[in-house]
Design a binder for this molecule. Sequence first.
Ligand code: MG
Length: 362
Amino acid sequence: MPQFNFATVRRHLENREASLSPHAARSAAGRGRAVAEEPSPVRTEFQRDRDRIIHSKAFRRLKHKTQVFIAPVGDHFVTRLTHTLEVAQIARTITRALNLNEDLAEAIALAHDIGHPPFGHAGEQALADLAPEGFRHAEQSLRVVDKLERLNLTLEVLDGIVNSSKVREGIFAEAWGVPSTLEGQVVKVSDAVAYINHDIDDAVRAGLIGENELPREVHDILGDRHSQRINTLVCDIVEASWAAAGEEPDADAEVAIRMSDDVAAAANVLREFMFQRVYLLEDRQEETEQAKNVVRVLYEHYSQHPEEIESDFVILDDPPWQRAADYVAGMTDRYALATAARLGAPTAAGLLASGVTDERPR
Ligand code: MG
């Protein structure tokens, strides 16, 4: 019977990474962790990060956080958790096709929204207006894994998380940072591929748009159906980014994660359409204001009474505003609503009652 030892397992893991593209990140040659640790006997460092993220409390709470539609009651609306899983899925497909490090992409994807406040963008905007140093969910995601839950992740995963969010101008705009690894860049674009598509589904479900109202070039270039559109985008990214796979070394080929011009243009048309018709829709302003008000009530209350914060994940030496921001940002939609109601916020009851209440499987 062959001798078992963990050194053999490790050699297999490292050999597998050695066969990746020369442009892939390799855990064995990584930048390490802030606090050095003994290696896991059966996992690479990036696998280990992925597992830590999945076991964190903040990750579990994603299931009750809004993606776009606030505190939806309907079973089929996308939540922050299902969005996160879709991003991880798309990022894994692209990294595997490009022979990049799938484990690294998965870890970054699973944590990219882990610091998102309740009520989606409305909650983020409310905290940005209130906190003296502003608030951005990508920076909060970094803070959650690094400072609050203290997961001691690798620097590649932290870099991918903090550089994952996009500005309004376009999917490939660089204003909020470019991840240093190709795997981080894959997650950044996979986030957009996921949300512009699942948000169509949700907007149709909520009656805001009809699927046949999508702009002509979206139908013509990306496809008529959800699965076609994701497939078009993913295949295009793989083709346009093929230099990253390192198959045919070409000194002139730029190694980057990108889309072809036509598909990128159609994706940005779709994204802009979603901003106009869904994200910034006037009809949703009342709901948005109610959600912001809930966050405001909570933030102001806990800034003034930080001693009432019941959480293992605030830092007692931090100023009260920071403890309040961390606490409120960590809340699920329903916990925020219930807490605000307990504190006497006038609008919370209205938000709790909204949404579709009976949804058949379809
Ligand atoms: Mg996201």
